[in-house]
Design a protein around this ligand. Structure first.
Ligand SMILES: [Zn+2]
Length: 492
């Protein structure tokens, strides 16, 4: 298959005119530039084409209370109570429906890979479901059905605060001990690595409850002598499993070391919420005489596979530790401003050697262009200086660097050998009309919105075409799944 892009961003400040991308299976096999006219039979992508976007930090269920926490006044901690109320209503079926709709919204926003930081593991009273990974597998199935790749970052969450038992609303997050977390996540990761990925755009259209599950496509259950899976399925895995330390509030130092050891042994991504609020730093200092980043460094968590989420209030030493490790710092500015967290020092973290990624986190909005520009625009307000991050760096955060943080180094660039995950933006929208190819990266970062996304391709197949999801009525699924769940504000 050949895809002709009117313009494509291949890195740097400018977009290149007339780019032909040759695709075999789910991979890019050739990239030709300067082709003025679409070759015969080529798929035509008008406007500006970018590599697919990586949403490096997501809590899918939080889409259910978008906007509702803005009613009245509140703090981070009252917001958290609302979040627990929504989490309390989840079960594997309604979670799957809500996550599927949320991932559908992400696909429409150009996201081709999501890092789902998953901690709603058990029944509300903390009892494991019959299948202890029922919730995680529901989220994985949801991403497959929505047509996007997923790295399920299974979060260890054992305490309600430093040295505290989990509270009422947190029971379902906890496995009780880190040993039980390891046992459960071993099963999830082994299942995912055995499972084949379904063809993303072709997954069952209107029957989410019978969609592909991890166990259904488990090669290990195939009788001996039966034919191997068709190559288009076997070679298209869209699921990976990584680990997360929820935070130093929820995981103690020895437990954090055990989670890090698990992730390091498997060489998978490890994420953690880090220094989102000054109160977290103060509690960590009071209990351990160390910052959250210092604790995580001592636990062996800081490697180039580590991603610190937020990093809003790091010390100079923290920045150094993250930079020296080659870690990624994932900023979620639309959530951080919603929660009055503060403005993280993106430029200083990069100067120390860390990379950036972006995430929609609480789903206050799902628009990675907004996340990218907010990193720079917020930092301008904080530092009274322009030009802290250039557009190419910010676009890399949403593409190559974000994918790397999610354990998909083979995605996030329009290059030979990479995955054919692409997103195209209309140049005819009122926001982008008149932009110039020479400065396309800046125009896209500073002016585009999720609404400008017209086409999304994952592994060489359309997931969004002409602004519509190919298998889902996303708005209707959002309405229905949120109504079914009951909103966080409804019982006020
Ligand atoms: Zn988060």
């Amino acid at each position: 298959m050949e895809i002709w892009c009117e313009y494509a961003w291949l890195g740097g400040e400018a977009a290149t005119a007339g780019v032909v991308i040759g695709v075999e299976g789910e991979r890019i096999v050739t990239v030709r530039t300067g082709v003025a006219k679409a070759p015969e039979g080529a798929v035509v992508l008008p406007g500006y084409t970018l590599p697919g976007l990586a949403n490096a930090h997501s809590h899918a269920f939080q889409r259910a209370f978008r906007g509702k926490t803005e009613v009245g006044r509140g703090t981070f901690w009252t917001w958290r109570e609302e979040m627990y109320a929504a989490a309390a209503r989840l079960d594997p079926d309604n979670y799957r429906a809500l996550a599927r709709a949320t991932f559908g919204e992400m696909a429409l926003a150009g996201v081709t890979c999501v890092g789902e930081f998953h901690y709603v593991h058990h029944a509300p009273d903390g009892t494991p479901y019959e299948n202890p990974n029922a919730m995680g597998e529901a989220v994985i199935a949801a991403a497959r059905e929505a047509g996007i790749r997923i790295t399920l970052l299974d979060a260890c969450y054992l305490h309600g605060g430093i040295g505290e038992e989990v509270a009422e609303g947190q029971r379902r997050f906890s496995d009780g001990t880190v040993e039980r977390w390891i046992e459960r996540v071993d099963a999830l990761a082994d299942g995912a690595s055995r499972a084949t990925g379904s063809s993303p755009a072709a997954s069952d259209q209107a029957t989410p409850s019978t969609g592909p599950s991890l166990s259904a496509s488990d090669a290990a259950t195939r009788p001996a002598g039966s034919p191997v899976s068709p190559p288009d399925l076997a070679t298209r895995p869209t699921v990976r499993v990584g680990a997360a330390i929820h935070s130093v509030r929820a995981v103690g130092p020895a437990e954090a070391a055990a989670v890090a050891e698990w992730a390091n042994a498997r060489e998978v991504p490890l994420h953690a919420h880090v220094s989102e609020q000054p109160a977290e730093n103060e509690a960590s200092q009071a209990a351990y005489g160390r910052t959250p980043t210092e604790l995580l460094a001592e636990a062996g968590a800081l490697t180039e596979r580590f991603t610190a989420i937020h990093v809003t209030h790091p010390t100079e030493r923290d920045r150094q530790l993250l930079g020296e490790a080659g870690a990624t710092c994932c900023f979620c500015p639309t959530t951080e401003r919603d929660l009055a967290d503060g403005i993280g020092p993106a430029a200083a973290l990069r100067a120390a050697g860390a990379r950036l990624a972006v995430g929609s986190d609480s789903q206050a909005v799902i628009d990675l262009f907004e996340e990218c520009r907010a990193i720079e625009l917020d930092e301008r307000l904080a530092r009274l200086e322009r030009g802290n991050q250039d557009a190419a760096t910010l676009l890399a955060a949403a593409t190559a660097d974000g994918h790397r943080a999610l354990g998909w180094p083979e995605a996030g660039a329009i290059e030979r050998g990479k995955l054919a995950d692409l997103v195209s933006l209309s140049a005819d929208s009122v926001r982008l009309a008149g932009i110039a190819p020479d400065t396309a990266a800046a125009s896209i970062v500073f002016a585009a919105t999720a609404a400008d996304v017209t086409n999304v391709i994952v592994g060489g197949e359309f997931v969004v075409r002409d602004g519509h999801h190919v298998t889902m009525d996303v708005a209707e699924e959002l309405r229905r799944s949120i109504a079914d769940l009951g909103s966080a504000g409804a019982d006020r």
